[in-house]
Design a protein around this ligand. Structure first.
Ligand code: PLP
Length: 476
């Protein structure tokens, strides 16, 4: 039931005392023609309404949530406590720098740690999400070529195993995209890359691990080919949880990187934000970074780089996400950071090994933090699709993995267990996957109808896409 259907005229909350100053109404022309349809409910009705909604959702606090390429992990609650400290929340972006030195120290320390982890020289915390970071990084590359009078570089090479935002960001930044196919091993086809590399190439964007969960074994060769043709190398580090503390993109030859603090560095991810997509770069690109870098030792100051591409977002980025990330990095420390990523990789490989005798793996190789199965064979054999299996998982208290992505794998399910799950949780999930496979063979119909135990059962997805109902029609 919608909150609009629950209200009763005249009911409400009276938290405020009666107004004791003169009420001044806006001029007639500025007034609404109709009164607002605000639901009228008491405090406990509102509270119950939202609790009821929350109970109908599946979140990381309810159970396993192996949504690949999204890193839905359990985030330590101490991060939330730090981000809720009044010293961080009760400040204003226009406050003079000398009154927010502690907050500036948070930004500076996080920048330094992230540079250390990625092998970069400088980092901006301004971008608000991964795709926003990509856009920022590409503008740095553009500014770099333009500053050298090199105007013919209009192309960005993007392998077909890249995250979908990569080509989109390249187009947004005014480049044309050259797509490079993957080889049968899921890695970039080096021959095709060599063919595409030329003096019109501004750079390459590499998602690594790529969207099929593999670390490109030719990564050093890839950056070499691009640098030799005069291009810059961009590392999509949204999923740094696969490599952090073990290898550094900067050491592999990359010039620019973005991170997703709302994936790897522990900010609850879902519901649409807030996120943070810091961009790090090597020294030759630092002069183009967006403004508000923090510098200084005694008194910290904000600095705008000399040839800055300008503001990518108002003020300082999503600061409280940075607070959570810093808390995360500091609580894990030098030993904990690689341990977290190694557990993420171990967990994904464990599940993959325990399922691959039944489910066809898209690439039967050692994976990184996630693996991709193709349910193509199962569908041919039984009619049960990736979607049906995903719906069956819901009946077992498991959030579905990412479905039908990456696009280069038919009937794809992409599973990312994350580093925060125990062996017992994964064993249970493995059993559920195996049971569903058996059910597909024996009673496919049952899976076509799943889920049956959730608050909403099988949705009419075609209807929802073709005739979406996006607003509530009031009866009066
Ligand atoms: C999630 C993701 C992105 C996009 O990040 P947003 O914060 O959703 O914009 C980019 N690249 C990869 C590899 C990702 O997993």
């Amino acid at each position: 039931m919608l909150i609009f259907e629950k209200g009763k005229e005249g009911r409400g909350l009276s938290l405020f005392p009666e107004c004791d100053v003169e009420v001044v109404m806006p001029e007639e022309k500025d007034r609404r023609e109709r009164t607002l349809h605000l639901p009228e409910l008491s405090e406990n009705e509102i509270s119950r309404h939202y609790t009821e909604l929350a109970k109908k959702c599946h979140g990381v606090n309810d159970g396993f949530y192996p949504l690949g390429s999204c890193t839905m992990k359990y985030n330590p609650k101490i991060n939330e406590e730090m981000a809720a400290l009044p010293g961080f929340t009760e400040i204003h972006p226009l406050q003079p720098a000398h009154t927010v030195q502690g907050c500036m120290e948070v930004m500076k320390t996080l920048e330094e740690y992230l540079c250390e982890i990625t092998g970069m020289k400088n980092m901006t915390l301004q971008p608000a999400a991964g795709a926003h970071g990509e856009f920022t990084g590409l503008l740095l590359i553009k500014a770099y070529h333009e500053s050298r009078g090199d105007k013919k570089r209009t192309k960005i090479i993007v392998p077909d195993s890249a995250h979908g935002t990569n080509p989109a960001s390249a187009v947004m930044a005014g480049f044309s995209v050259v797509s490079i196919p993957s080889g049968p091993d899921g890695c970039v086809d080096l021959e095709k890359l060599r063919e595409a590399a030329g003096d019109d190439v501004a750079g390459l964007m590499l998602t690594n691990p790529n969207t099929v969960g593999l670390f490109d074994k030719n990564i050093l060769e890839i950056t070499k080919i691009i640098h030799e043709c005069g291009g810059q190398c961009y590392y999509d580090g949204a999923n740094l949880n696969a490599v952090m503390g073990t290898v550094r993109p900067g050491d592999m030859g990359f010039d620019v990187i973005h991170l997703n603090l709302h994936k790897t560095f522990s900010t609850p991810h879902g519901g649409g934000g807030p996120g943070s997509g810091p961009v790090g770069c090597k020294e030759h690109l630092a002069q183009f970074l967006p403004s508000v870098l923090v510098e200084g030792t005694e008194e910290l100051k904000f600095r705008k780089p000399e040839h800055s591409i300008g503001e990518m977002k108002e003020f300082y980025g999503n600061f409280l996400v940075a607070v959570r990330a810093l808390t995360y990095v500091m609580t894990l420390g030098r030993e904990g950071i690689p341990e977290a990523s190694q557990n993420a990789v171990l967990n994904a490989n464990y599940m993959m090994q325990k399922l691959k005798d039944l489910y066809t793996m898209a690439y039967d190789e050692v994976c990184m933090h996630e693996f991709v199965m193709s349910l193509s064979d199962l569908k041919k054999k039984t009619g049960v699709s990736a979607m049906d299996i995903a719906k069956g998982l819901l009946d077992n208290g498991i959030h579905p993995p990412t479905m039908y992505f990456p696009l280069i794998v038919d009937e794809a399910l992409m599973v990312e267990p994350t580093e925060t799950e125990s062996k017992e949780t994964m064993d249970k999930a493995i059993q559920v996957f195996r049971d569903l496979y058996e059910m597909a063979e024996q009673d496919a119909e049952k899976l076509h109808n799943a889920p049956v135990k959730t608050p909403v059962t099988r949705l009419d997805e075609v209807g929802a896409a073709r005739h979406p109902v996006l607003k509530y029609e009031f009866s009066k």
